[in-house]
Design a protein around this ligand. Structure first.
Ligand code: FES
Length: 109
């Protein structure tokens, strides 16, 4: 399942995409690597990325806009705030033909 064109995702930006009845989001970290997650915060299950362009912090972390839980964009690990050690749900993707593809069956890493 093709998720998005890689050219649409620039460093320190994010991109949301449909995932069946759920939603995912992807980030490209400062090193250029792409990482994808379910767009569900482990704190209170609200979207982490609401598409307002304020996901990234100057520290290099990403922050849920609901209550400020912070995550490592490269791993999804909780780095502070009310995620209480619970990280994001990572999606298995591969990059080929200029696009990001979901590894099927849906794999959470
Ligand atoms: S739902 Fe994300 S910090 Fe509360």
């Amino acid at each position: 399942m093709k998720l998005f064109e890689l050219a649409e995702l620039r460093p320190r930006e994010s991109l949301r995409f449909p995932l069946g009845q759920l939603e995912g989001f992807a980030v490209r970290d400062a090193s250029g690597s792409v990482h994808a997650y379910l767009n569900i915060c482990p704190h209170r299950a609200q979207p982490v990325d609401i598409g307002d362009g304020r996901l990234w912090l100057d520290s290099g972390e990403i922050e849920c806009q609901a209550h400020g839980a912070r995550f490592d964009p490269a791993t999804g690990a909780c780095t502070g705030g009310p995620c209480f050690g619970r990280g994001l749900t990572r999606l298995g993707i591969e990059e080929r033909e200029g696009a990001a593809w979901l590894l099927e069956p849906l794999q959470y890493r």
